[in-house]
Write a protein that binds this ligand. Sequence first.
Ligand code: NAP
Length: 319
Amino acid sequence: MAATSNGNNSEPKHVKMLVIGSGPAGLSAALYGARAQLEPVVLSGQELGGQVSITHIVENYPGFPEGIGGPELTDLFKKQAERFGATVEFDTATEVDFSKRPYRVKSYGGEYLADTVVISTGASPRNLEIPGEKEFTGRGVSYCGTCDGFFFKGKDVIVVGGGDSAMEEGTFLTRFANKVTVVHRRDELRASAILEQRAKDNPKIDFIWDTVVQSINGNGDGTVDSVLLKNVNDGQESEFATDGVFIFIGHLPNTEIFRGQLDMDPAGYLLINRYMETNVPGVYAAGEVADPHFRQVITSAGMGAAAAIQATRFLENEE
Ligand code: NAP
């Protein structure tokens, strides 16, 4: 991880607003915080832009009638926040202390003292936790069609899951793959009607219903060559030949470093009120880290803006 301008071994840097995470929520919070002259500092996390930055095309963010690439949208969000005085550091928060103000946040690159904090650390793909999954990750097992689809030109892949991500990514994968087989544990999809229809209309996509993947198996050269499937109704197992396994079975919130300090639901999502406030005054959460329900670019961006407006008012009331 690159050192920040804050630098290692230096005094903690005091900021009015620290934004942890750089997805649509974080960068929107930074934009609004910057326009309120809070000079926000954004810790980008491992992936600038978060999940949207690895999305091939975003078709449902208003203002882009033809859609816009995830990385391009991230770049525009970042530029707009920077234009008004936000600073984006390629750095990751590692430890927080919300017991007293200013709040202390340690990162790989340094340490911050923050008057207000907006948490927008998002969520990460869930794993199936089956034999072979870890072993073949990056060598046939993937959680991102946009990132890895290209490696499956002319090959057969399976997609696990029945939600919007599975349909969207499965459809995208047909650009490269010879055949995409969706393996879903029920007999109906969770995905929205438009994405479901698009996938069902695609001649390169097949469905296997009521079925789970039991294990991912490889050949001698360390790449995937089959999966073991199990029908959940009759328990029957079968070997299914495939070159790749794309897993889209939901997400887990990135809240490990806040455990014990902020209230969370049983799944680990941060609990907030309608003002984006956590249980700690001056600490807000926005986007998927606090939203297991909508998880859209537009809803996350809206939450980020709301969190920054609220942080601004909080600081004004203190003055
Ligand atoms: P999701 O909606 O939670 O769907 C997860 C899918 O994985 C479900 O079909 C679920 O099956 C299945 N699943 C979960 N655990 C499993 C397991 N252990 N083994 C096998 N299958 C399992 O997740 P998502 O598709 O990532 O979508 C998340 C959110 O982002 C949603 O709100 C979605 O609308 C949104 N999103 C929107 C777009 C878009 O609008 N373009 C694109 C992507 C995502 P069950 O159905 O049986 O529960």
